[in-house]
Design a protein around this ligand. Structure first.
Ligand SMILES: Nc1nc2c(ncn2[C@@H]2O[C@H](COP(=O)(O)OP(=O)(O)OP(=O)(O)O)[C@@H](O)[C@H]2O)c(=O)[nH]1
Length: 203
């Protein structure tokens, strides 16, 4: 890591199939795979960014959205700096599950509900023709849940993906002073030397 680089742990959550892996791969490698497989456990990739003159390494944790992998993903929430809650705009159920994802994150990250925390909401697959969740409905939910920034994205067509990740860092910066000292992972490993490598963990 270059000097004066801050490591930020970013956790991507949401129902299986909404496009979390695809968003991470678009952001880190500028690639899209239409045959993307379900994630088992968690995977992470690092990407270096500079926001307003400050260097950051974003350590992006892509979690498995399917219910059966809950026990594999939840241990990785502790120590997160940013949480990106993801749904697909063509899948109403995935939007309706956002409160469940937020609650699960706060519980396993050991953060009290109501404490300021940098969340971002992504409505992915905006390239799809049939939207079951309108921008107004999603924005209203974000507003009600602590004025969370909302982005309609497409990993496929590369729409607003960089903007959403960069905004997540800006959101972190704006709240940094207010964030409580949060519990760090007990089973931590030093992952800071790895950058843009495909690292899989299904432990
Ligand atoms: N049209 C469209 N398809 C997408 C987009 N993003 C992802 N997909 C497709 O949706 C499917 C699921 O994408 P993934 O990235 O694997 O979804 P995930 O949320 O990581 O799924 P889990 O690993 O099961 O939690 C794949 O077939 C992707 O190619 C998008 O922006 N637009």
């Amino acid at each position: 890591m270059p000097p004066h680089t801050k490591l930020l742990k970013v956790v991507l959550l949401g129902d299986g199939g909404v496009g979390k892996s695809s968003l991470m791969n678009r952001f880190v490698s500028n690639k899209f795979d239409s045959q993307s497989f379900h994630t088992i456990g968690v995977e992470f990739l690092n990407k270096d960014v500079t926001i307003k003159g400050e260097n950051y390494t974003l350590q992006i944790w892509d979690t498995a959205g399917q219910e059966r992998f809950k026990s594999l993903r939840t241990p990785f929430y502790r120590g997160a700096d940013i949480c990106m809650l993801t749904f697909a705009v063509d899948d109403r159920k995935s939007f309706e599950n956002l409160p469940m994802w937020k609650k699960e994150f706060l519980y396993y990250a050991d953060i009290q509900d109501g404490t300021p925390f940098p969340f971002i909401v992504l409505g992915n697959k905006v390239d799809m023709p049939n939207h079951e969740v309108g921008q107004d409905i999603a924005q209203a939910w974000c507003q009600k849940n602590g004025s969370i920034p909302y982005f309609e994205t497409s990993a496929k067509d590369s729409i607003r993906v960089d903007e959403a990740f960069n905004s997540a860092v800006t959101q972190f910066r704006s709240m940094e002073d207010k964030l409580e000292v949060r519990p760090q992972p007990t089973n931590s490993v030093d992952l800071r030397k790895k950058t843009a490598a495909n690292n899989t963990c299904s432990c």
